[in-house]
Structures are given as structure tokens and as C-alpha cells.
Design a protein around this ligand. Structure first.
Ligand code: ATP
Length: 242
């Protein structure tokens, strides 16, 4: 049992055919925290997220979620267990109304319409703009609103752990700040533990408690957000921050 960790990953390896994209990654995500995985394009961050959520099977290593080995578990069972993956690129259903997108997020639940309605109200309190537009087709929303919808839809499954893959991608600095602030509030107020993948290191370290830096499929450095923010090496060599 791992009482303190929502997620513990041991020596994980994942391949695309002959290409080894994850080369022995180990990390922990403590209960109630925001942990970020940073790194350049192609470092293996998305592959790591896909392996945790069951979309990809690892060749080696273990994924332990709240004391249970979930390595190789089917994606739907992973969602039922309390992990939701918000993939890069949002992937909302463009022709469905915003409300129907949110209903899809609740499809694994069996706790009744009342509980789902309560969570819908909760989600709308964090994203009031989505409430105003709930009858609109999701494809007509702006990029930032689609990102909000993707997060909101994920919340409708009542996750204990949310995997967020580059929520800031393609958004203006103002929107990046707004979305990351909401992610932090959801963590604090709703108790959702967050594993946040970002290329935007500066923004991610502003909301995270702890960070891991990936390069070429490996974790090259890790530390508290404060430490990583202050480290010149981390900034220059791995994060490309000036
Ligand atoms: P990005 O920010 O672009 O998502 P990333 O850090 O998430 O980057 P991954 O997408 O996990 O990186 O990619 C890790 C490695 O695996 C890269 O070398 C990439 O070229 C390779 N890769 C990713 N997807 C595939 C695929 N479908 N088939 C083959 N190789 C892939």
C-alpha cells in the first residue's frame, strides 16, 4: 500500500514499434498536490500520460494507483478507478452541444442523476462562460473555451487524479494564466490531485508544488517548483527559458 501517493510509477518503458519513447521513468504524485512534468517537444510527456491512462501498454515497469497495480488496465477501467486524462489538443465532440459533451464525461458514473446535476452546477461555477453557452455546438467555441470544456468534461467523471496534457497549448498568456489558476483552485477546493504536462515551464511552475523535467524519454531532474524555478541549469538546458 502507498497511503501517501495517489500515483507511483516505477521504471516505466513504452515503445512505438521499435522506438523507445519512455526510457525507465519513475515518479510519484502525492495526494492533494499539483505535480508537473516539463520538457521540450518530443521528450515523451504525452506518451507517459497515454501509458498511465491505459491508451498505451508499457513494455516494462509498474503504475501503482492508490496502492493498486493498474499497469496495462483498459482505459475505461482506469476512468472508473478515478483517473481522467485530458489529452493534448482538447478533443471535444465538435458537433455535440456543450451540455451533451459534459454528459459524455459522466457516462462511467452510476451514482444517479442528482449527483451528476450537482457536479454540473459545480463545473459551471468554475466555468461560467460554459453555462452561458451550454446549448451551443462545442466546435463553435474558441480554443480557450474548448480547453475549459475539455477540463469540465473530465471533472464530470468525478476524478481523484486528473492528467492534463498541455492545457496552455496555443492560448494567449492571459488565458494560460486563467486556466492554470482554475486548475489550482480545483486542486485546492475540490481535492483533485493534478499531474500537469507542460512545455510552458514558467506558467506550470507557478501553480505546481513539484516538478519533473523529461528529456529524450528520461527524467533528468526533479525538485520542488521553487527549486526548479531558481535553477539556472534547468532553465537554460532543459526548458529553453531566457
Ligand atoms: P509533444 O509536446 O510533442 O507532445 P512529448 O514530450 O509529449 O511531445 P511524445 O509525444 O510523448 O513527446 O513523443 C515521444 C517520442 O515518441 C518522440 O520521439 C516522438 O517522435 C515519438 N512518437 C510519438 N508518437 C509517436 C507515434 N504515434 N509513432 C511513433 N513515434 C511516436
Amino acid at each position: 500500500k502507498d497511503p501517501d501517493f495517489v500515483l507511483r510509477i516505477d521504471n516505466l518503458e513504452s515503445f512505438y514499434g521499435p522506438i523507445m519513447a519512455i526510457r525507465g521513468v519513475s515518479l510519484v504524485v502525492p495526494e492533494g498536490r499539483v505535480v508537473t512534468v516539463l520538457g521540450a517537444n518530443g521528450a515523451g510527456k504525452s506518451t507517459l500520460m497515454k501509458t498511465i491512462s491505459g491508451v498505451m501498454d508499457p513494455q516494462k515497469g509498474k503504475i501503482i494507483y492508490r496502492g493498486t497495480n493498474i499497469t496495462g488496465m483498459a482505459p475505461e477501467r482506469v476512468v472508473r478507478a478515478g483517473i481522467v486524462h485530458i489529452p493534448e489538443g482538447r478533443e471535444v465532440f465538435p458537433l455535440l452541444s456543450l451540455e451533451d459533451n459534459l454528459a459524455m464525461g459522466a457516462f462511467t458514473r452510476s451514482d444517479g442523476a442528482k449527483a451528476v446535476q450537482e457536479d454540473l452546477d459545480m463545473v459551471f461555477s468554475y466555468f461560467p462562460i460554459l453555462k452561458d453557452r451550454r446549448h451551443q455546438q462545442a466546435g463553435t467555441l474558441s480554443g480557450g473555451q474548448q480547453q475549459m470544456l475539455a477540463i469540465a468534461r473530465g471533472l464530470m467523471s468525478r476524478p481523484k487524479l486528473m492528467l492534463l496534457d498541455e492545457p496552455s497549448l496555443g492560448l494567449s498568456p492571459l488565458l494560460v494564466r486563467e486556466i492554470l489558476t482554475i486548475i489550482r483552485r480545483l486542486n485546492r477546493e475540490q481535492g483533485v490531485t493534478m499531474l500537469l504536462v507542460e512545455q510552458n515551464a514558467k506558467a506550470a511552475l507557478d501553480v505546481a508544488d513539484y516538478g519533473y523535467v523529461m528529456d529524450l524519454g528520461r527524467i533528468v531532474i526533479d525538485g520542488t517548483a521553487e527549486t526548479l524555478k531558481r535553477s539556472k541549469d534547468v532553465q537554460e538546458f532543459y526548458l529553453g527559458v531566457q
